[in-house]
Design a protein around this ligand. Structure first.
Ligand SMILES: C[S@@+](CC[C@H](N)C(=O)[O-])C[C@H]1O[C@@H](n2cnc3c(N)ncnc32)[C@H](O)[C@@H]1O
Length: 257
């Protein structure tokens, strides 16, 4: 009886093994390990961002240093942020949003991680930061009737799965402004030609330190390369500025229009 039971269990295991495996793949335990190593991005898809709050908020020194970096960039391109609306994607609990709050007219900060937005809402209430609105939503699912003057990915573009699709969505969310170019003509009256040009900017800030040679950054390095390729070759935007700042080039700024 026991022997029969053992034979039955063995038979069941064999059937399961055959049905679970992809045709043509070797059926040995090593295969599963190798498969895991070849497709580690799969493993990374559901990152638990709730842990991000352990980073706390910036010290006064860090705050002022990073604020200055943004001010220098915006001043260089005559971007008058104090008149502009901002959509921040991947705000987390608002470490950088608190800087943007000093620079922009109004802000919508979105993040897919509810616990981070909850923490940020508490901070907003405590400090009465009336310029900032928040929303828990994945950018891929975000919808808005309102358009924005500038959009920032705060160390979050890296984590977007379909980056070119993301840029197409960003383009739709940005305000356009028509500039009237005045051409003097031979005729008595001037001719005005409408030059429809995007007034909306996209700023992508990436954590450049992930390109360091360290095994734990290998996947993120790949994501950084994806970001870079997408930003340079995008059909939707032109890269107009790039620089890195901070110790070990910790922040990379890509400005696009
Ligand atoms: C590296 S953290 C940066 C957080 C914050 N900007 C900061 O600098 O402290 C990346 C953030 O992006 C958010 N995120 C990742 N994928 C997202 C998505 N598809 N839509 C919206 N937010 C996302 C995460 O929840 C996380 O808060």
């Amino acid at each position: 009886m026991i022997l029969l039971l053992i034979v039955f269990v063995q038979l069941l295991c064999t059937v399961q093994c055959v049905t679970n495996s992809t045709p043509g793949t070797p059926r040995n335990p090593e295969y599963h390990l190798a498969h895991h190593l070849i497709n580690p991005m799969e493993e990374e898809k559901n990152i638990d961002w709730s842990n991000w709050k352990r980073h706390g908020y910036l010290t006064e020194k860090e705050f002022n240093t990073i604020k200055k970096e943004y001010e220098e960039l915006f001043n260089f391109y005559d971007i008058e942020t104090e008149k502009m609306s901002l959509l921040e994607i991947g705000s987390g609990h608002g470490r950088l949003t608190l800087i943007y709050e000093k620079l922009f007219k109004k802000i919508l900060a979105i993040d897919s991680e509810k616990s981070l937005i909850d923490l940020f809402n508490k901070k907003i209430k405590e400090e009465n930061l009336i310029k900032i609105k928040t929303k828990t939503v994945k950018f891929e699912k975000f919808k808005s009737k309102k358009k924005f003057d500038l959009i920032i990915f705060s160390q979050s573009f890296l984590w977007m799965d379909n980056k070119e699709e993301c840029l197409s969505k960003v383009k739709d969310l940005l305000n356009f402004k028509s500039d009237l170019l005045n051409f003097k003509s031979d005729l008595k009256s001037d001719i005005y030609i409408e030059n429809k040009k995007s007034n909306g900017y996209l700023l992508v800030v990436e954590p450049y330190f992930m390109t360091k040679f360290h095994k734990k950054f290998k996947l993120n390095h790949k994501r950084m390369i994806d970001s870079l390729n997408t930003l340079i070759t995008s059909k939707h935007f032109e890269l107009i500025h790039f620089h890195t700042k901070g110790k070990n080039c910790s922040r990379t700024y890509y400005l696009l229009q």
